[in-house]
Design a protein around this ligand. Structure first.
Ligand SMILES: Nc1ncnc2c1ncn2[C@@H]1O[C@H](COP(=O)(O)OP(=O)(O)OP(=O)(O)O)[C@@H](O)[C@H]1O
Length: 629
């Protein structure tokens, strides 16, 4: 039975009483199938086992999940082809580009003047045609323009920045500077391209991708990330590097040790750019981009990519760009409708038993003897360990990944999960962004995230490259401030919103999304379109952008993060100092008050920051500690 059949049938039957007039929603990649008469094959698959299948009126949430998961598994490996890519799924996603002189999009890779070796590698990877983000972004970057791009999770952003970087490096080859000066080999590496990403695992993944596409082109790709011995990374750099993929902490360390120079950077890409410029991390990125010798905007090319781009972060990011194009594929911050989203009201005390019940149903119905890969997100590192233990003791093979584990353990956990040896991965937000793990059928938000953008990224670990996926969120009383934002994300992705959740959204005034997104309605857009309403700084090369102050004051003023209003004085104080009065002195007794002495902020390294912020109410501790060095 096809996904379309199950969904349409289950929607008709299961929701008959509550939503009689709602037409069944079909994921876009199946619309063509249905139009072509795919439904006529509805009997070609045996009906899924399960006592309730023929008695849908009495179906429980577990039955619904089971059915949907069966279909996810069919989509993923039903043809015994683990690499099913369904790019048609993205065809009807709206695309919007703003800025001046926008280069036209292409329809095929063949239309882009890329070198033969790269084209061969694209074919070798079985990329038949570009995804929408690639169709639009690659010509923009190839034309030498700066870009801020927002596209849904799993829609191919990595290739959208890797292909043009590789291509342009090959074109510029003759001016390339390697680590050999006047015939003398130096210890300093001079990459021409820098790709920054927030976590070690994501940097490794991007490195692997970039290497595959650079195969036999002569382009050298090196990765640098914390938690691994520096000696090996230095050795790799000494052999020559064109593209350096790095996490910020390790990169700063290498630059300070004079083993890497950014002087020759021509291409800079920030993956998960909004996370990189988020509170606490922005300082380090500014240091790399504005204070460590990198050529300024206009003389280098800069690309920022993410699936979410709040207005305030766009404003910060614009300091790094010159005459850029803003590109959105789908709405900013929206989720793909390939992911079936479910939300359940579960109180904290009941979460564990509820999770186990859910997993048992899944296990009992694990088709073809293979359990579906399930990713369970929790808030804290301690919570991850505790849940891993509890699941394992109850017969559910689980492994945890978080920032307190040493790198080797983190890699082992990921490998074990990917291979299916441990089909349940319990993770903090270290695994929420960018990771492309094939066959993740189900993402469970055991602890609902603190920020709706994190929700979008977390559920985006399933439903990738045109495949279907399933996401279940446990929602409790304490998550009410996010009810409205969640409803908006679900509606945007054409998901059925439970009536209790809509009710909560109406009752709870002042959602986090609304405050974070300023006055704009959900979805967002190029923030420049509304700049007349805001103070927008003239270009300021030393990074003392008042926009930052302004933006954060706006965020805090709304009460979204519960901190006091505070930055106004700072703006008039004549710019940004390099230390703590920035976060501290103007903010007592807010969450950053404890960084109020001059040498307390910034912390010596990001782990120190993590240690301090660990367990704070914003949950950044687990993110920071898990990958920012
Ligand atoms: N043109 C293409 N043809 C076939 N597969 C593709 C194509 N582009 C990307 N993919 C595959 O799609 C998957 C998702 O791509 P990628 O990881 O780049 O997504 P993303 O948009 O960066 O996601 P996220 O927002 O989660 O970081 C990868 O497995 C990638 O190999």
């Amino acid at each position: 039975m096809a996904w379309a059949d199950v969904l349409s049938e289950s929607t008709q039957n299961l929701t008959h009483q509550t939503r009689p007039t709602q037409p069944a929603y079909l994921p876009p990649h199946l619309r063509q199938l249905v139009a072509r008469g795919g439904r006529s094959n509805r009997n070609s698959f045996p009906p899924p086992a399960g006592p309730n299948f023929n008695q849908r009126q009495t179906a429980t949430p577990y039955d619904i999940i089971t059915e949907k998961l069966d279909q996810v598994e069919l989509t993923v490996d039903g043809n015994n082809n683990s690499d099913v890519i369904n790019l048609d799924a993205y065809e009807d996603v709206p695309v919007e580009a703003t800025g001046s002189d926008i280069p036209p999009a292409v329809k095929s890779f063949g239309e882009i003047q890329m070198c033969e070796a790269l084209n061969e590698n694209i074919k070798r990877r079985k990329y038949v045609k570009p995804t929408p983000i690639q169709r639009h972004a690659i010509p923009i970057v190839m034309a030498g323009r700066d870009l801020m791009a927002c596209a849904q999770t799993g829609s191919g952003k990595t290739a959208a920045f890797c292909f043009p970087i590789i291509s342009r490096i090959l074109r510029d080859r003759f001016d390339q500077v390697v680590s050999v000066r006047n015939g003398v080999r130096t210890r300093i590496a001079y990459p021409t391209s820098l790709i920054l990403s927030p976590t070690r695992e994501l940097s490794c993944q991007i490195h692997d991708e970039a290497k595959k596409f650079s195969y036999q082109t002569g382009v050298k790709v090196v990765v640098a990330y914390g938690g691994a011995p520096m000696a090996q990374q230095f050795y790799n750099l000494e052999k020559g590097v064109d593209i350096l993929v790095a996490t910020p902490g390790r990169l700063v360390d290498m630059i300070e040790r004079e083993r890497v120079s950014l002087k020759m950077i021509k291409y800079l890409a920030l993956d998960e750019a909004d996370r990189m410029l988020d509170m606490g991390f922005e300082h380090q990125i500014r240091k790399i981009v504005q204070q460590m010798g990198m050529p300024p905007p206009g003389t280098r090319q800069t690309m920022l990519f993410s699936a979410t781009f709040p207005d305030d972060i766009q404003r910060l990011a614009s300091d790094f760009l010159s005459n850029y194009i803003f590109l959105t594929v789908g709405k900013v911050g929206s989720s793909t409708d390939l992911i079936a989203q479910r939300v359940e009201l579960v109180q904290d005390m009941e979460k564990r038993s509820h999770l186990m019940k859910l997993l048992s149903t899944q296990k009992a119905n694990g088709s073809r003897g293979k359990p579906a890969l399930t990713l369970v997100f929790v808030e804290t590192k301690r919570g991850a360990d505790a849940l891993e233990h509890s699941l394992s003791m109850n017969g559910f093979p689980a492994i945890a990944i978080h920032g307190d584990k040493v790198q080797r353990e983190r890699e082992r956990a990921l490998r074990s999960f990917k291979s299916g040896a441990t089909p349940i991965l319990v993770a903090t937000d270290v695994a929420s962004r960018g990771l492309d793990i094939p066959h993740v059928a189900h993402v469970i938000n055991f602890d609902f995230p603190k920020d709706i953008d994190d929700y979008v990224h977390r559920i985006g670990r399933t439903g990738r490259a045109g495949n279907s996926g399933m996401a279940t969120a446990f929602f409790s009383d304490k998550n009410m401030p996010l009810a409205k934002a969640l409803v908006e994300v679900m509606q945007e992705a054409k998901q059925e919103v439970p009536s209790w959740l809509s009710q909560c959204a109406q009752n709870f005034v002042g959602s986090v999304r609304s405050s974070r997104y300023g006055r704009s309605k959900f979805g967002g857009s190029d923030f420049r379109s509304s700049q007349n309403d805001y103070y927008y700084p003239s270009s300021n090369s030393n990074g003392d952008a008042n926009s930052f102050v302004d933006t954060y004051a706006n965020v805090y003023n709304t009460g979204g993060y519960g901190a006091p209003t505070s930055f106004d004085n700072y703006a008039s104080a004549g710019g940004r100092s390099s230390n703590a009065d920035y976060y501290g002195a103007h903010n007592p007794p807010g969450p950053y008050a404890h960084y109020s002495t001059a040498d307390d902020y910034p912390p010596a390294n990001i782990d120190a920051f993590a240690a301090r912020s660990n367990g704070n109410e914003y949950g950044y501790g687990s993110i920071v500690a898990s990958g920012w060095d």
